[in-house]
Ligand binder design. Structure first.
Ligand SMILES: [Zn+2]
Ligand SMILES: [Zn+2]
Length: 429
């Protein structure tokens, strides 16, 4: 393992006094601060040659740094070594019996991935490993994998297209009656005939903070991950942290439908093995008919509805079923499209005279814009056809900003009609 000293973390009680020493007395340059929401600290970086000092100021009494200084006062807290491949480094250490605080990397400052080694294995020093985003080895053609947050504004609302990584689904199933020579020219299949699809939940920030869909989540085993070709080295936790959001910040979770690639991230398995809601303060809004279909699946739908993704919401009392098209929070309305499932719904977002839409499986990727390019997964494809044609016509005339749930390259775009043909102009975040 090649490791380079990245920085030395110093726990601070009185930031002004610390700056008076490091900045004023030593004459060092203090860079801008960064809030690491997941750790409840504000980090002030002080470059010293190739490495840096990191002054750590707690932003909450609950923060590990606050607890540390309460016990021991201010002082040296940790050293951080930068590695190329943090997952490989952790596996190597684990194999040697090194005690790890974090067995999986988690999001740190500046979009890095970090993990701590327990001081008892590091001779009394808390050692942090870090893989910066630029030192990551992205998978071949990973495209926007590291583009964890794309920000857009619609009127008074802020829309954040997030990433829960990628999955692979059978190319034939993704395009229904469209023959392979046509779809494979648009989306290249792998050697198992699968195509690579992004999972892009959307955050809407207005009077409330809403998360629409939540990706596949972390509860599934190795076989599931292999079958669906999951690539989640960067996933929703990283994306939320990069957006400056903690799970507690989400007020409403809205489900377009309850298939595992949209609802898997609604719940987490805790240390005791119990599955619980992932967003502790959120109410979860689900269409009543979709809930009934998901909890009573049939032979054709069973593989897509995994009870652990949604039953714990009812048990925890955070489920809210809605029966009709309606406003869920100011500016966000749900409307049933059917098609993919009988009660599949999309979110129409409106503010300041502009419209955006999170279209979920109505148009999962920009390759699904032509009317007949409908997924074989859809239970009611003729309903998809009608709903898609109506939606596309309105979206063209209103210049609706369309957010895709599965497009591997484009998070959002606007439709234009050129000589009777619908075209997508990708939107710049
Ligand atoms: Zn689906
Ligand atoms: Zn899907």
């Amino acid at each position: 393992m090649k490791a380079v000293l990245d920085h030395v973390g110093i726990a601070v009680v009185d930031l002004a006094a610390a700056l008076a020493f490091y900045r004023d007395a030593l004459g060092l340059h203090v860079e801008g601060a960064e809030d690491v929401v997941s750790q409840r600290v504000r980090a002030h970086f002080v470059p010293v040659g190739q490495a840096a000092l990191e002054l750590l100021e707690p932003t909450s009494p609950e923060s590990a740094i606050a607890k540390y200084t309460a016990k021991r006062g201010p002082g040296l807290h940790h050293i951080t070594l930068r590695v190329d491949d943090i997952a490989a480094a952790l596996a190597q250490l684990k194999a040697r019996g090194v005690r790890l605080v974090d067995e999986q990397p988690r999001p740190g400052a500046e979009g890095a991935l970090v993990a701590f080694i327990h001081p008892s294995s590091a001779h009394g020093v808390l050692v942090e490993l870090k893989q910066t985003r630029t030192s990551a080895h992205p998978a071949p053609d990973s495209g926007l994998q590291r583009d964890l947050v794309q920000r857009f504004t619609v009127g008074d609302l802020e829309l954040l297209s997030l990433s829960d990584g990628f999955l692979r689904l059978d190319g034939g199933s993704m395009f229904g009656v469209v023959p392979r020579p046509l779809w494979s020219a648009v989306m290249t299949p792998d050697d198992r005939n699968r195509i690579r699809l992004a999972m892009r939940p959307l955050v809407v920030r207005g009077v409330r903070t809403m998360l629409i869909d939540a990706g596949v989540g972390d509860k599934d085993g190795a076989k599931f991950q292999e079958v669906y070709g999951l690539e989640r080295t960067h996933h929703l936790d990283h994306s939320l942290a990069e957006a400056g959001l903690a799970p507690e910040d989400i007020d409403i979770v809205l489900a377009t439908h309850l298939h595992f690639d949209h609802a898997g991230g609604f719940t987490v398995r805790d240390r005791t093995g119990k599955v619980r809601p992932r967003f502790p303060r959120a109410r979860y809004v689900v269409r009543r008919g979709e809930w009934e279909d998901a909890t009573r699946p049939h032979e054709r739908s069973r593989a897509s509805y995994l009870a652990d993704n949604f039953l714990p919401l009812a048990e925890a009392g955070v489920l809210e079923l809605v029966s009709d098209d309606q406003t869920i929070m100011p500016g966000v309305r749900v409307t049933r499209t059917g098609g993919h499932t009988a009660h599949h719904q999309i979110a129409l977002i409106e503010s300041g005279g502009r419209q955006a839409a999170y279209v979920a499986e109505l148009i999962p990727t920009s390759a699904h814009l032509p009317p007949a390019w409908i997924m074989g997964f859809d239970l009611f494809p003729m309903e998809t056809l009608a709903a898609k044609k109506a939606f596309v016509q309105e979206a063209e005339s209103r210049r609706t900003l369309i957010f895709f749930a599965h497009d591997p390259a484009v998070a959002a775009g606007v439709l234009t009609n050129v000589d009777g043909k619908t075209r997508l102009e990708p939107a710049q975040a």
